[in-house]
Design a binder for this molecule. Structure first.
Ligand code: FE
Ligand code: FE
Length: 189
């Protein structure tokens, strides 16, 4: 399947708003790939498909991950929505014919991040946050500039702000996010 065919298929699976977001992540990731000299075709595909399983109902998210023996953490059981990242990687492979492991892993960790991410993984995580259709979050102007100047600093900034936001909202924080934050804090300090 080429990227145009993927785009057409994806459009059927997402809401208009989510589809627009995916296109935004696709092209933002593409420009970041230019900036950091990595394969932009991989960045475009990972960006396009990162949320492709977003609308699988939550109970099915758990069932489908179980069926494929994907480990589910306690936090993910409580908040199956978090599983959309791992499941989107599975769908990218099974339904969109993506076999590239770099792309699949970037999709799989786009919600929580993880320690020691590859450049592509960081780009997708960041592009998801800064793409132009996103509602403007605090310090977005600074974060958008950091995205093109210092990936690790940008990671830390997004992780910090997301943790603050989740905390204020009283939402649960995935331990992997905390772990990722600690990792990038150490790198930056
Ligand atoms: Fe997502
Ligand atoms: Fe997203």
């Amino acid at each position: 399947m080429n990227r145009l065919q993927m785009t057409e298929k994806l459009k059927e699976k997402l809401s208009t708003k989510r589809f627009e977001h995916s296109i935004g992540v696709e092209y933002t990731a593409g420009t970041m790939a230019f900036m950091y000299g990595i394969d932009y075709e991989k960045a475009l595909i990972a960006g396009l498909l990162h949320d492709c399983a977003k609308y699988v109902p939550n109970d099915k998210k758990i069932a489908k991950c179980k069926k494929r023996k994907i480990p589910i953490s306690e936090c993910e059981y409580k908040n199956p929505e978090l599983l959309h990242a791992k499941l989107s990687a599975v769908y990218a492979k099974e339904k969109y014919g993506v076999s590239d492991q770099d792309i699949l892993s970037a999709i799989a960790c786009h919600t929580t991040g993880k320690p020691a991410m590859t450049t592509l993984e960081k780009i997708i995580y960041i592009a998801d946050y800064i793409e132009p259709n996103r509602s403007v979050l605090p310090e977005m102007d600074i974060i958008r500039k950091e995205a093109y100047t210092n990936l690790d600093k940008c990671m830390l900034h997004i992780l910090y702000n997301s943790m603050q936001y989740l905390c204020k909202k009283g939402s649960v924080l995935d331990p992997v996010t905390k772990e990722t934050y600690e990792y990038y804090k150490q790198i930056i300090d």
